[in-house]
Write a protein that binds this ligand. Structure first.
Ligand code: SF4
Ligand code: FES
Length: 269
């Protein structure tokens, strides 16, 4: 370690911590969806032990002290669960570490002296609200169109009361790992939301509780996805590569099969 000192900002989430990195951040600043945005440069000191969002917190505290507007970015759980922390870091949604959300990315993935470019998701369907925050309500509308089970499942049953074949349970569980972050859309050159929609469809369609509405659900969610203006899938595979939950594009193939079945006389539901 060439140099370090203790960073202690009393109102920070970040506890006292040795800093050992000086970084240049180029961050996308945009007042609202209509304004013209641009990259602004900042110098920030950080520790390799900080998460990326903690480093952003330090930068924001610095901006507040300087009476400048802090950078708007979405975050909530900071545990890789909620899918809020949407940022493109050096051109990659969620940054350079595969299978990792921005909130779980650590500064040790970067080097002292690095320049890091931070941008919002780039998709016409996710307009910038401010800075790094985008409007992902298109995903909510896809879920509203069929991403639920409407049969009465009664009280919460014992987990083992409904026998489910191991492969089906595992596949459904893998699909259920989708956190709705939108990195798949941001990564896709076509701006396709097929991986997200397929994960949500596949999760429910494979389970006995969701299978009864499979036809209607698939047709409705695909129709809503198209209505929102997302692009088509051309099997580039960037979505799978950038997905922080490593959702497989096999779910897209499964959704396509269910969709074809829904058109050519799949079971009515
Ligand atoms: S499929 Fe992956 S990248 Fe897409 S929304 Fe779900 S978790 Fe995020
Ligand atoms: S803040 Fe919840 S997944 Fe990153």
């Amino acid at each position: 370690m060439k140099w370090n000192r203790i960073l202690d900002i009393s109102f920070s989430r970040t506890p006292s911590i040795y800093i050992n990195m000086k970084l240049t951040l180029k961050v996308w600043r945009q007042k609202n969806s209509k304004a013209k945005g641009e990259l602004e440069s900042y110098q920030v000191e950080a520790s390799e032990h900080m998460s990326f969002l903690e480093m952003m917190d330090v930068l924001n505290e610095q901006l507040i002290v300087e009476k400048k507007s802090p950078i708007a970015f979405d975050h909530d759980c900071r545990e890789g669960i909620c899918g809020s922390c949407s940022m493109t870091i050096n051109g990659s949604p969620h940054g350079p570490q595969t299978g990792t959300t921005t909130c779980q990315l650590h500064m040790r993935k970067f080097k002292d002296g690095d320049t890091i470019v931070v941008e919002p998701w780039r998709s016409g369907v996710f307009p910038v609200v401010r800075d790094l925050t985008v409007d992902r309500s298109a995903f909510d509308r896809i879920i509203q169109s069929g991403g639920y089970i409407s049969v009465n499942t009664g009280q919460a049953p014992d987990g083992n009361a409904i026998p489910i074949e191991k492969d089906l349970a595992s596949n459904a569980f893998d699909a259920a790992a989708c956190i709705g972050c939108g990195a798949c859309v941001a990564a896709c050159p076509n701006g396709s939301a097929m991986l997200f929609t397929a994960a949500k469809v596949s999760h429910l369609n494979q389970l006995p509780q969701g299978e009864v509405e499979k036809t209607r659900r698939t047709a409705s969610m695909v129709a809503q996805m198209d209505k929102e203006g997302f692009g088509m899938c051309s099997n580039v595979g960037a979505c799978e590569a950038e997905c922080p939950k490593e959702i497989s594009i096999e779910h897209i193939a499964r959704m396509n099969r269910d969709y074809v079945a829904s058109i050519f006389g799949g079971r009515k539901s």
